[in-house]
Design a protein around this ligand. Structure first.
Ligand code: SF4
Ligand code: SF4
Length: 540
């Protein structure tokens, strides 16, 4: 199948590109949202349908709903109106999207993706478009256009890579967000987005794990961390009056390799004596509402802040997660903030004031840990990670959404002796997406994911061949869930893990028993480092 996926041929569409030509086939599309999930969330037009059906059972006045929705959002979001007006079609973004690079489908060029909705804007919301219609670049809003929106706005992971290269700062991710929001108004949503959102709304987390199940999972992890270290590690749940509320993505307590990161958090908090609590109500850092609409994102994010208020904590610490951080840094303050009832975060161990979290009152675990290391508060033995040759994937949202570029590298350079960067144009602000973010991480659209993830996998292959890299680290729950499949397909032999997993391996805890295995139960290397294929310094 690899041969089939790499055989791509860029070619312009036959006929007028504005004629919607969309074809849904199994393996490359997400299924529609189950009616029950729309009902749970109070969303319009719950029904049974699939994208490959001829009749999508749209509401009779669907066209008016969409145009009214566009009018409303053009007035409400200045960025949306601006992005509709200012694109000069320079093409700088055209080859920057991993979905275009992996599929060669011209409509996966960011400029063309935006044009799908911009052409409708031009037709109905500009004077020239109303008079001259297609001659002014406008197109009629038809059911086929809606189908095209559904196809291409769910082939965009809202990663914002294209925006880095646009001289006008046009953020196609924001256009995709509006496109999906409009589709929501007429009941066109995917189940992979809405089921986690509905579960989160009802029980606090994506899988719908009830509070007693949450407690069981956390207690299980605490027992395992105790067994590994020989120390008594306990985790407070819903404890009022704790200094800090710790929020993590739910995958940390039900999936691997995320779980190894959770073990490390518990060990770190034990070692430094952190006064913290986790919460069975705010038991999800991830926010699938973000992939559906601004309103849904706001509803789910509010739970974290409501819980911080109820428990009376001073500030919030957040785990390795992707879009949780983009929601926090780009939207929280105007959606649910300002969180004036919380204090500006200060590390109780170093006195560092986290000025960047002055409005959100929420600190990223990498910022917190890097600060501890910087102040010499942790004893680390990087030799314990000598069995890993490590590289780092900048997860799109912490990297481009909040500028968290240095802290993960600072940690990695202190817990590993074999850290190697991927090529410059594939990391930091220019990082390639995993291809499965923004609700694309299901199995039913694997072909799309493998295509979209190809540029990332290709960069991993480069460092595997050059340095013998066998571990791709990252700080996003979606990455940890989806990159293993991507790498098994394109670069077998490279595992995926969290940055804090390596921290947990290297952390020498006070009074711990001699450790013989890493957090995965694999034999721990403590002798001289095995030689990497070639050292990075040698190539500097
Ligand atoms: S780079 Fe910006 S201005 Fe140029 S085509 Fe892309 S979105 Fe339009
Ligand atoms: S936001 Fe990312 S996935 Fe979407 S068009 Fe831009 S580069 Fe492609």
């Amino acid at each position: 199948m690899q041969e089939t996926l790499v055989q791509i041929e860029p070619k312009p569409p036959s006929g007028d590109w504005r004629d919607p030509q969309v074809e849904f086939h199994k393996g490359a599309m997400c299924y529609s949202a189950a009616a029950k999930n729309l009902t749970y969330l109070g969303l319009p037009n719950p029904r049974t349908w699939q994208p490959y059906d001829a009749d999508w059972k749209l509401p009779p006045d669907w066209k008016n709903i969409i145009l009214a929705g566009m009018k409303d959002r053009l007035a409400k979001y200045r960025s949306f109106r601006l992005f509709m007006d200012i694109c000069v079609r320079c093409g700088a973004c055209a080859d920057k999207c991993q979905f275009y690079l992996g599929s060669a489908d011209p409509k996966n060029m960011p400029v063309a993706r935006a044009e799908l909705i911009r052409s409708v804007y031009r037709r109905y919301f500009t004077l020239t478009g109303r008079i001259f219609r297609s001659l002014a670049g406008g197109r009629e809003l038809t059911e086929d256009v809606i189908k095209e929106w559904y196809s291409y706005f769910y082939q965009c992971t809202e990663c914002r890579r294209c925006s880095v290269f646009c001289p006008y700062g046009i953020d196609t991710a924001e256009i995709t967000m509006i496109g999906r929001e409009l589709l929501n108004l007429i009941g066109c949503n995917t189940n992979w987005v809405l089921e986690p959102a509905a579960n989160c709304f009802r029980t606090g987390n994506h899988l719908g794990i009830q509070p007693h199940g949450f407690k069981d999972s956390i207690d299980f992890a605490a027992d395992e961390a105790s067994e590994i270290t020989g120390l008594d590690i306990q985790v407070p749940i819903n404890r009022k009056g704790a200094e800090i509320l710790f929020v993590m993505p739910s995958a940390d307590y039900f999936a691997t390799p995320h779980y190894y990161t959770l073990l490390s958090y518990l060990m770190l908090f034990k070692e430094i004596g952190l006064d913290y609590t986790v919460s069975a109500y705010a038991s999800e850092g991830g926010n699938f509402g973000f992939f559906s609409s601004h309103e849904m994102m706001k509803r789910l994010n509010a739970k974290i802040y409501d819980e911080a208020k109820r428990l009376g904590v001073k500030w919030i610490l957040g785990g390795e997660c992707g879009h949780m951080w983009r929601v926090l840094h780009q939207y929280m303050d105007t959606m649910n903030g300002p969180a004036d009832f919380l204090e500006v975060p200060v590390s109780p161990f170093t006195g560092t004031v986290f000025e960047n979290a002055r409005s959100t009152k929420m600190v990223h675990i990498c910022e917190f840990t890097a600060d501890l290391i910087h102040h010499g508060k942790l004893k680390l033995d990087p030799r314990r990670n000598d069995h890993w040759n490590v590289t780092f994937h900048d997860s799109c949202n912490p990297a481009r959404g909040m500028g968290l570029l240095e802290e993960p590298r600072y940690i990695l350079n202190h817990v590993s002796r074999n850290f190697h960067e991927m090529p410059e144009n594939t990391i930091r602000e220019q990082t390639f997406c995993c291809g499965s973010g923004a609700g694309l991480g299901s199995d039913e659209n694997l072909e799309t994911r493998l295509r979209g993830g190809f540029p990332r996998a290709n960069a991993v292959k480069y460092v595997k061949q050059k340095y013998g890299v066998n571990l791709l680290t990252c700080i996003c729950a979606i990455d940890k869930a989806t990159l293993p499949t991507l790498l098994q397909y394109w670069v077998p032999g490279v595992e995926v893990g969290g940055v804090h997993e390596l921290l947990g391996n290297a952390l020498v805890m006070t009074g711990e028993k001699e450790r013989t295995t890493d957090l995965r139960g694999e034999p721990l290397a403590t002798e001289e480092a095995p030689v990497a294929a070639e050292s990075e310094a040698a190539h500097a």
